[in-house]
Design a protein around this ligand. Structure first.
Ligand SMILES: N[C@@H](CCC[C@H](N)C(=O)O)C(=O)O
Length: 280
């Protein structure tokens, strides 16, 4: 029987936007793009939309200078191995892991990201709220899907989004292929959201994520969707309940910031096979 173990992992999700969490406090893991792709592959690996490495900011050479060294840093990777600045569902699942592992005391805690430090609160009802900072509209643009053109707004939520509000039946859209975006407005790519207003302050959203493909939820995307839906209704601030294929989250936009609240679930934990990790 084998006695050696590969790296520890935890599998988790937020409204079915799923992640492999890799605890690596001292930044000792060699997390190559190929290993990220292998981990996220739903047939040859564990399967996930992204990887969240749990590392002290001080142990990560490329952590932003404004993140204190002792803060837990979410080193986020998309399923294709690319790095993204921020992940709204990921940061909530990350905080759930930190509390579950006893690395922080539950309540409000700071999480370091490439978009800066984000305060996260684990609520008594089990929901997790993250203060996402101000979501900024930086332009207007178009995309297309299923032969239809959609107009939208470009929103910076730490990472780039094109959020398109329309009355289209979202179930009918083919998101197997990447909806195009303007490379001049989005030189680093874009996450593209399709948003349909429902009754009251509810909206429906589907998303095609940069570096992943269609996912069942995207936290930063729901913030962009809320900002776009509010703007379409003539407002800068307010609340939107966003229905995604993987569940429901709530976004509150104020004059200075946006908060995102939703579930964060840990599913399984274990150790990678050391040979698999070595050869991945
Ligand atoms: N699913 C995430 C966003 C992950 C990053 C995104 N794909 C990008 O490249 O910007 C979320 O919950 O926000």
């Amino acid at each position: 029987m084998r006695t050696s173990q590969g790296p520890e992992f935890i599998k988790g999700h937020g409204t079915q936007n799923d992640f492999v969490i890799l605890p690596d406090p001292d930044g000792a893991l060699e997390l190559t793009d190929e290993r990220v792709r292998a981990l996220c592959d739903r047939r040859r690996g564990l399967g996930a939309d992204g990887v969240l490495r749990v590392v002290r900011a001080g142990a990560l050479p490329d952590a932003p200078a404004d993140v204190p060294a002792d803060v837990w840093f979410m080193d986020y990777r998309n399923a294709d191995g690319s790095i993204a600045e921020m992940c709204g569902n990921g940061v909530r699942v990350f905080a759930r892991y930190l509390a579950d592992a006893g690395l922080v005391t539950a309540g409000e805690l700071p999480v370091g990201t490439r978009a800066g430090v984000r305060p996260v609160r684990i609520r008594e009802d089990g929901q997790v709220t993250v203060d996402m900072g101000a979501a900024k509209i930086f332009g207007e643009s178009t995309t297309s899907a299923s032969g239809r053109t959609f107009s939208g707004v470009a929103v910076d939520v730490g990472n780039p989004h094109l959020a398109c509000v329309s009355d289209a039946e979202l179930e009918d859209l083919d998101l197997e292929t990447r909806p195009p975006h303007d490379p001049d407005l989005f030189p680093n790519g874009a996450n593209v959201e399709f948003v349909r207003p429902l009754d009251g302050d509810h909206v429906q959203m589907r998303v095609y994520e940069r570096g992943v493909g269609e996912t069942r939820s995207c936290g930063t995307g729901t913030v962009a969707a809320a900002v776009a839906a509010l703007r379409a209704a003539g407002a800068d601030t307010g609340r939107r309940v966003v229905h995604v294929p993987g569940g429901i989250v709530e976004v509150e936009v104020t004059p200075t910031t946006a908060t995102l609240t939703g579930p964060a679930v840990l599913v399984a934990r274990g150790h990678l096979d050391p040979d698999w990790w070595q050869n991945a």
